[in-house]
Structures are given as structure tokens and as C-alpha cells.
Design a protein around this ligand. Structure first.
Ligand SMILES: Cc1cc2nc3c(=O)[nH]c(=O)nc-3n(C[C@H](O)[C@H](O)[C@H](O)COP(=O)(O)OP(=O)(O)OC[C@H]3O[C@@H](n4cnc5c(N)ncnc54)[C@H](O)[C@@H]3O)c2cc1C
Length: 596
């Protein structure tokens, strides 16, 4: 059975030493969360996920969710009690608005806690995760009346939320949505249609489920500009805000799927269900984007979360399992064989995962802090810079983290050899659970397109130029630091590759959009790797500063080695990405349809 220990001390090192958390001490929104509060919340959160939800991970996978003929869905044994404890512990509303019963802590803290929760039990963590996304969309776009009616119970997690975009004929292309909304007067709409693949769409964890549904008001124009967003509760609240009459939405089926069995993936049939408009008519996609952007970051974090838990279990196995001898002769001659960790190739696999995990955690914190800065900073310049960073890095975090998440789960499984393929060890569940993160919330190819077609050119390339500037400044400032300099060569080269790729795209992408499309995936990974390399440079700087102050520990020294490994063996992939991208679309688009 796999185990999990939340990496609290690593998170705290990154926050305090790499991102200088002390500088936020008096910033608006952060004053409630000095570092000792952050530490207490993370330590308590780690304990909660390790003791309460991680033990349910395998049960959830084996049992899955079950739908009864009336459309009710039962979650796996133990989920209901664990969810109750989750709500009572205040974990859903960690960053929620105190006006609605939240704890008012900065959003980044909830992102950090989410990593732990997803490592412990990804299928379970999706229920509160989606609720938080729905709350964010309602906070930004709902009327005061809707907020007052729904947010108090959603913020605490007593009622959960969902996100309803997908229909059978319409996944990526939301312009094809057919679900109808017919005005009934008094701001009420009758919603009719079928949504598929709705995560947490029906379950027994909460008394009510609040669906956020994209639909087309009768007579609206075709395409995405004719879509509106509606709030459709499973039960209509009565005058006191308690559960009232059942609304016209039922779960027609749940999907049998590759992984995340503990999360119900529902077909929802809306038959004249009462819905209320969120935001303006025909601008539903803008309103839903609040939820989608949050969900993209949340799904990216799932990639890191699975990578971390898979690593922990593979590393533990590699210390126990004995096969063969070290290439340089027996390390433990008294034993029948040496441990797996003596083999360079086993180390390679583990190091590739670990070197991603630590830098990815830094990347996640960097982006999560930007989320708070974009919302809370009193300075317009800081808000804008944070908003730019968040916009640029959201598709990267989603696409790159989830690609690595799956690849790393497979690598960790490989460390266990045949035992990794056997269910009892839990590694094959990580592989199956990690796979969906590359697909939902916008498949990764679509994240890459969003990056290249929308985020790069936005505001004349301001966001990517700011990233170039930030990394260049870091490199220039560190040049004369004799201890740090040896860690920077690969980053400098990667930055050069990224700049060349950006120039190539701005020239050739305009001339032929297929050049941008064909190069987008490589660009996303090139930017992701460069950002991870930048994170390693910052981690090394912080680690060296600690050592210079006389602090020394094997964990600190190990960070320097992980950074070196990343620079020598992972970051140089940016060169291959540049070469592929600048080959253009010719060979990609040459063949006629019949040739496939
Ligand atoms: C377990 C699970 C849970 C889900 N949860 C939810 C949920 O809670 N709410 C919800 O609304 N949806 C949910 N989804 C749906 C999910 O978001 C979609 O499956 C996903 O967005 C892709 O849509 P699709 O499956 O229709 O694939 P398609 O849109 O048909 O795409 C197929 C492939 O073509 C590529 N592609 C499509 N269009 C383009 C393009 N223009 N350019 C380049 N490549 C393109 C895609 O990248 C993909 O690889 C869930 C799906 C699953 C399996």
C-alpha cells in the first residue's frame, strides 16, 4: 500500500527563503497569514490529508461511485465521513471570504494545501476543488442576491459546486453548445439539455449541488458570443435558504473510466430546470473563465501532486528492493544483492522526477503568490505585472505539470519493475489517475494553443517580455557570484532558446498560422523548462545563502545536486524544442487526409 508524507518543510523553505515571504508581512490580504500561521495551517493540513483522506485513496479506486436507478450516486465507503471532517475543519473555505463564512486567508495557502490533498487522494480532492472554483466565479460575476443565497453554504463546502461545459458533440469547441435557456420572467430561466463528463455532478457528500451551466438563451447568436452562464441548483433553496423543492436536473448515468474512480463523472439531464443568470447575457464564457482559470491551475497542481506521491513511494521501494550488484562491485557484500538505488539508471528515473517536483513546487508558489498580488496589491504596477504572469503561466502550469505528472507516474512505476504493474503496490493507480489531468480543463494541446495564440501576443507581448527581463536581470545580478555562477549556464542557454523561439513564432506564425499551431506544444514545454530552470536558480541562490550563514544539512546539499542534475540532464531539452519548433509546419501539414 502506498504511503504519503506532505513535503511541509520544503514548502516552507520555498516560501521563506526563495520567495522571501517576510516581504508580504504587511501587504493587504497577507497580514492574517504570517509565516507561523502558514506553518501551522500547512502542518495541520498535512496531518489531515495523511490521516483522513490518503487511507481512502485505494478504497476509492476499488469501489468507485455507484449510481442507483433513481439517479442518486453513492461515493466510496468513508468518503462521506471524510468530507464532513473536511468541511468541519474549515479546509474548503480556507481562502474563502469571511463575509460568507470563509477563513479569509490568502489564496496561495489554499493552493499549497491542494497539492497535499491531491497527492493524498486526487479523486476526493476534486469535490472541494470544484466548489472553490464555482465560488470564485460567483464572487466575481453573480448578483448580490445570488451571492447571499448560495455563497454561505458553498464557501464552507456544505453545498458543493460543479462546472458544466461539455456536451456530447462539444468539448473543446464551446461555440457548439446546444443546451437551451428560456426566460421565464423574474430573472428565472428554464434550462434544458444534456451535459456529459461533469465531475462531482452527483454524489452523496453534500445536501445540495450547485451547477454552473453554460447554455444558449433562445434567439442568441451562434458561437461562443451567444453563450450565457446559469446557476442551477439540484435543490431549490426555500425562503430560509434551506433545502427546498427538487429542481429539474437528474444524473442520467455515471462514466466507467480509466482512473479517479472515487470522483463521479456524471451525465446530467436538464429538463426545464430553474436557472439564474450569472453575469451578463451572452457573456457567459467570460464569467465561466474565472472558474476555468482557477481549475486550470488546480489541474496543473494535480500533476505535481501525483508526481510527488509516486516519487515518494518509488524512492522508498528503491531503498528496500535488492537486485544485482553495483557496477563498481558490491556495496553491501554481506547481503545477497545491493539495493536498486546503486544502479545509475534507477537513480536517473528518481532524479528526473525529484528535479521536476522541487522546481515545480517553486513554480506553483510563484504563480499562486501572483494570484494574490493581482487581486490585492495596492499598486497598479504590481497588480498588472502579477496579472500578466498569471495569464502567461496558467496554460504552462496546466500543460507542462500534467505532462510531467503522467510521465513521472510511469517512471515511478518503472522503478518498481513488474511490481509497479500490480495493483496492490498502488503505482498503477497513480498512472491511471494522472492521465486525465492532461485531458480535462482544456486538453494540453489546447493549452499550448492558448499560450501561443492568445497569451504571447496579448498587450504586444508584455508578459513574455517581462519574463525575459526578470530572468535576464537575475542572471546579470548573479554573474559575479562565484558560488552561484556554475549553476546558471544552462539557464542562460535555455533563455536564449526561448527568445529565439518567440522571435521565430512572431515572424512565421503570422505568415502561416499552422507554423504557430505546429510549434505550440514545443513552445509550451520550452517556456515551462526555462521557468523551471529559473526556479532552480532561485532555489540554489537561497540554499547557498543559507550555507553561507553556516546552516548546513544533507537536504540543503541535496538541493544543489538536484539543480545540477536538472541543468545537465533536463534543461538542455530546450534546444530540441527550439529545433522542432523552427522546422515549421511543412512536414506536419504536407500529407492529405487519405494518407492517415
Ligand atoms: C473524467 C473527466 C472529467 C471531466 N470533467 C468535466 C467537468 O467537470 N466539466 C466539463 O464541462 N467537462 C468535463 N470534462 C470534459 C473535458 O474537459 C473534455 O473532455 C476536454 O475538454 C476535451 O474535449 P473532448 O473530449 O470533446 O475532446 P475534443 O474537443 O474532441 O478534442 C479531441 C482532441 O483534439 C484536440 N483538439 C480539439 N480542438 C482543437 C483545436 N482547435 N486545435 C488543436 N487541437 C484541438 C484536443 O486537444 C484533443 O486532443 C471531463 C472529462 C473527463 C474524461
Amino acid at each position: 500500500m502506498p504511503t504519503y508524507k506532505a513535503p511541509v518543510s520544503d514548502t516552507l523553505f520555498l516560501l521563506s527563503d526563495v520567495f522571501d515571504y517576510a516581504k508580504y508581512a504587511n501587504a493587504p490580504g497577507f497580514s492574517e497569514a504570517p509565516i507561523d500561521v502558514v506553518e501551522a495551517v500547512l502542518t495541520e493540513g498535512a496531518k489531515f490529508v495523511e490521516e483522513i483522506i490518503q487511507p481512502l485513496n485505494r478504497v476509492g479506486d476499488l469501489e468507485g461511485c455507484k449510481r442507483d436507478p433513481a439517479g442518486g450516486v453513492t461515493t466510496p465507503k468513508g468518503f462521506k465521513e471524510a468530507y464532513k471532517a473536511f468541511v468541519e475543519g474549515g479546509w474548503v473555505g480556507l481562502a474563502g471570504d469571511p463575509a460568507y463564512g470563509g477563513q479569509g486567508l490568502p489564496t496561495f495557502l489554499s493552493v499549497l494545501f491542494n497539492e497535499y490533498a491531491n497527492s493524498a487522494n486526487l479523486a476526493f480532492a476534486m469535490y472541494p476543488g470544484l466548489t472553490n472554483g464555482a465560488v470564485a466565479a460567483l464572487m466575481t460575476h453573480a448578483s448580490d442576491e445570488l451571492k447571499a443565497r448560495y455563497l454561505p453554504k458553498m464557501t464552507t463546502g456544505e453545498w458543493t459546486g460543479t462546472m458544466n461545459l461539455t456536451e456530447a458533440h462539444c468539448g473543446t469547441d464551446l461555440g457548439l453548445i446546444k443546451t437551451r435557456a428560456v426566460p421565464q420572467g423574474d430573472g428565472v430561466y428554464a434550462i434544458t439539455g444534456e451535459k456529459i463528463f461533469i465531475s462531482a455532478g452527483e454524489h452523496d457528500l453534500a445536501d445540495n449541488i450547485i451547477h454552473l451551466v453554460l447554455a444558449r438563451i433562445d434567439g442568441a447568436r451562434p458561437g461562443v458570443k451567444g453563450i450565457s452562464l446559469f446557476l442551477v441548483p439540484k435543490f431549490l433553496p426555500d425562503a430560509n435558504g434551506e433545502i427546498g423543492e427538487r429542481n429539474g436536473v437528474v444524473c442520467g448515468a455515471i462514466e466507467h473510466k480509466m482512473g479517479i474512480h472515487g470522483n463521479s463523472t456524471a451525465v446530467l439531464n436538464y429538463d426545464g430546470a430553474k436557472g439564474w443568470l450569472v453575469g451578463e447575457e451572452h457573456r457567459g464564457l467570460q464569467a465561466m473563465f474565472v472558474m476555468m482559470n482557477g481549475a486550470r491551475l488546480g489541474v496543473g497542481v494535480q500533476g505535481l501532486a501525483i508526481s510527488e506521491v509516486a516519487y515518494q513511494n518509488a524512492a522508498a521501494y528503491a531503498k528496500e528492493r535488492r537486485q544485482g550488484r553495483s557496477l563498481k562491485g558490491p556495496v553491501e557484500p554481506e547481503k545477497p544483492a545491493d539495493m536498486l538505488l546503486v544502479h545509475p539508471d534507477v537513480r536517473r528515473m528518481l532524479l528526473e522526477i525529484r528535479a521536476f517536483n522541487e522546481a515545480a513546487r517553486a513554480f506553483m508558489i510563484w504563480v499562486a503568490l501572483s494570484q494574490d498580488e493581482a487581486r490585492l496589491s495596492p499598486e497598479a504596477k504590481t497588480r498588472q505585472a502579477a496579472e500578466d504572469r498569471l495569464g502567461l503561466m496558467t496554460p504552462v502550469l496546466k500543460g507542462v505539470f500534467t505532462d510531467y505528472g503522467f510521465a513521472n507516474a510511469v517512471k515511478a512505476q518503472q522503478v518498481l519493475g513488474g511490481h509497479g504493474y500490480i495493483a496492490g503496490w498502488g503505482m498503477e493507480q497513480f498512472v491511471r489517475d494522472a492521465r486525465i489531468a492532461m485531458i480535462y480543463e482544456g486538453a494540453n494541446g489546447v493549452q499550448a494553443l492558448d499560450l501561443v495564440a492568445r497569451k504571447l501576443p496579448k498587450d504586444g507581448g508584455r508578459a513574455i517580455m517581462a519574463f525575459f527581463g526578470e530572468v535576464s536581470q537575475f542572471l546579470a545580478a548573479a554573474k559575479n557570484d562565484a558560488a552561484l555562477a556554475p549553476y546558471l549556464g544552462a539557464l542562460e542557454a535555455a533563455l536564449g532558446h526561448l527568445q529565439q523561439a518567440s522571435m521565430w513564432l512572431s515572424k512565421n506564425g503570422l505568415a502561416d498560422p499552422n507554423n504557430a499551431g505546429a510549434g505550440s506544444y514545443d513552445y509550451m514545454h520550452l517556456l515551462g523548462l526555462t521557468a523551471l530552470g529559473y526556479m532552480w536558480a532561485r532555489i540554489v541562490k537561497a540554499a547557498l545563502a543559507k550555507k553561507a550563514k553556516g546552516e548546513s544539512s544533507p537536504a540543503l546539499d541535496a538541493k544543489l545536486t538536484f539543480a545540477r542534475f536538472f541543468n545537465e540532464r533536463m534543461l538542455p531539452e530546450t534546444g530540441a524544442h527550439l529545433a522542432r519548433l523552427s522546422a515549421g509546419a511543412a512536414s506536419v501539414m504536407a500529407l492529405p487526409v487519405e494518407a492517415f
